[in-house]
Write a protein that binds this ligand. Structure first.
Ligand SMILES: [Zn+2]
Length: 248
């Protein structure tokens, strides 16, 4: 038996992982804990959605007599990976991992969404663009003839790339940015549920309204606006207080 030279390489020659960005400290999140209280599907589990970020987003789909999720298509310029953290009576099995096509259908992934035993906890992870613009689209099709009813294209270029639209995602200095996909999805649902958005140009069928409530997008956009307004209100109150004190 012979031994090769087993001298370890000098330390300075080994690969080093750079220390974390002080503005983005390493965090950990528990998807079960986080999604037990979340307001919407596609809730980012971490507060990081900047250029190059890996953004895992939680979803919890629950069946029941009142459950309704509908169906739409999502087109994303960047890749998404779906991991199922547990399910029952779902098309996605527990532990299943799936890479989506850029254009993919989205629904509850429950076999029967009226079944109270059906559920799925899913994490959809997208990798934000490192450079250049990023775009997404949501598409609705007619239930009767499958023709396109509504296509909503929106810009999803992440902060701080040159194409990032500051005004669209909040106000400068806001502590929380609107998540581009949630914002675009809210706009899509609003367009889809107008009389024009419901009426098929190809066959004239008037489609039933898209059930937005199960997705919770509009609620999330409103909550994000509210927390940013709350932050600004507190800052203003503090400024007013300190001005008052300096005058007295
Ligand atoms: Zn039609």
């Amino acid at each position: 038996m012979s031994y090769q030279n087993t001298e370890p390489p000098p330390l300075q020659q080994t690969h080093r992982i750079p220390p974390p960005d002080p503005d983005r400290e390493p965090l950990k999140a528990n998807v079960y804990e986080r999604m037990s209280k979340a307001a919407a599907q596609l809730t980012p589990l971490f507060p990081y959605d900047h250029a190059g970020a890996i953004v895992p987003c939680g979803n919890v789909l629950v069946g029941g007599p009142e459950s309704e999720y509908g169906h739409f298509f999502h087109w994303n310029a960047v890749n998404e990976v779906v991991v199922t953290y547990g399910s029952n009576e779902s098309l996605l099995g527990s532990g299943q991992i799936m890479a989506t096509q850029h254009l993919h259908g989205v629904n509850s992934f429950l076999r029967d969404e009226k079944n109270p035993e059906a559920f799925a906890v899913i994490v959809v992870t997208q990798h934000q663009s490192e450079e250049g613009d990023q775009s997404e689209a949501l598409i609705a099709r007619c239930k009767n003839c499958k023709a396109e009813l509504v296509r909503h294209d929106y810009d999803a270029t992440p902060f701080p790339l040159p194409g990032y639209d500051v005004k669209r995602h909040g106000e400068p200095g806001d502590p929380v940015r609107q998540f581009a996909t949630t914002l675009g999805s809210t706009e899509f649902a609003a367009l889809r549920n107008t009389q024009k958005g419901r009426t098929c140009q190809a066959c004239g069928h008037v489609n039933t309204p898209f059930p937005e409530a199960g997705w919770g997008w509009a609620r999330t956009v409103a909550q994000t606006d509210a927390v940013n307004s709350a932050y600004r209100a507190l800052r203003q109150a503090a400024t007013a207080q300190s001005e008052q004190e300096s005058q007295s």
